[in-house]
Design a protein around this ligand. Structure first.
Ligand SMILES: [Fe+2]
Length: 295
């Protein structure tokens, strides 16, 4: 098992590439739009209703570009449970859907609903809401100059990644397992550990099929550059203790990924870890203390 030597980031959200040189950082008009949509989440109560967005033609065009690029990549690189879900799910092709357009389908299939996020959501709220069938999703769209890459989760990530996941009863149950585990613990240290396992499974997990790692994680499914690009990275067999002790990178490619032997292996690994998870897990695994108590 690898032990972390530094404190892990707070958030379970954020990903995909190098943020420092992203055009969205310098585009003031884009920043204003992005920040205004993010600010709508201030004081949002989980599960409370919220208004839709009048998306611009540029934003709809970005959606179409990503939609047309990602779907063939899914067919080539995604694991079978994801492909089976996709075959039975309709993702709008013509433009950015409203959360209110997405939630009814999720609720009918798995009982999940989207709830509004403005970007980074603290682990306690983000993970804990999953027990009750709420997934935090943003409304803003990535910068149009680089449509196939985003330095942070956007509505495309949330729909093409988590939306697909949460259309599958078996995958949605994995989210609930993380939620129940998060709500059982009282320390930020424990939540950090849980967020690492979440990160390397539901965000960046792989599932092997006929010996080849296939994309499962939401961050992989929603990233044109990452979905099939694990050849150059270290891929280890999934082990929950190893993921719990491996620090992750929020704004750059992950140098290490974990592949389950099968989808059942992924379910068993997450199920066992989350069921046994408590505030003493870090000590049992030999992980260093990272955080003070939440209270
Ligand atoms: Fe995500």
């Amino acid at each position: 098992m690898t032990s972390p030597r530094k404190r892990t980031p707070v958030s379970t959200e954020g990903h995909m590439g190098r943020a420092d040189d992203h055009p969205g950082r310098c585009d003031r008009e884009y920043r204003r739009r992005r920040d205004a949509l993010a600010a709508r989440a201030d004081n949002h109560a989980v599960g409370a209703p919220y208004p839709g967005v009048e998306y611009t033609e540029d934003e709809h065009r970005t959606w179409r570009t990503v939609h047309d690029a990602l779907l063939p990549n899914h067919r080539a690189h995604a694991c079978r449970p994801v492909l089976d879900t996709l075959a039975d799910t309709e993702i709008p092709a013509d433009g950015v859907p409203q959360h209110a357009d997405i939630t009814p389908g999720l609720t009918a299939r798995t009982g999940f609903a989207l709830t509004l996020a403005g970007g980074v959501v603290p682990n306690e709220r983000f993970l804990g809401s999953m027990e009750h069938g709420y997934f935090h999703a943003v409304q803003f769209v990535r910068h149009p100059a680089v449509p196939l890459y985003t330095p942070e989760p956007d509505v495309l990530h949330d729909v093409f990644g988590h939306g697909i996941h949460l259309s599958s009863p078996r995958i949605a149950e994995l989210y609930r397992m993380f939620g129940r585990a998060a709500n059982r613990v009282r320390t930020d240290e424990a939540l950090d550990i849980l967020s690492r396992v979440y990160w390397y499974t539901l965000e960046f997990g792989l599932v092997s099929e006929s010996g080849a790692p296939k994309a499962f994680g939401a961050a992989l499914l929603s990233s044109y550059g990452e979905i099939g690009a694990h050849d150059g990275r270290e891929v280890r067999e999934l082990d929950a203790c190893a993921t719990a002790g491996t620090q992750y990178r929020i704004s750059s490619y992950q140098p290490v990924l974990f592949a389950a032997r099968s989808f059942s292996h992924l379910e068993d690994t997450i199920g066992t870890f989350c069921t046994e998870f408590d505030d003493d897990t870090g000590r049992r695994l030999g992980l260093p203390a990272l955080r003070r108590n939440r209270d």
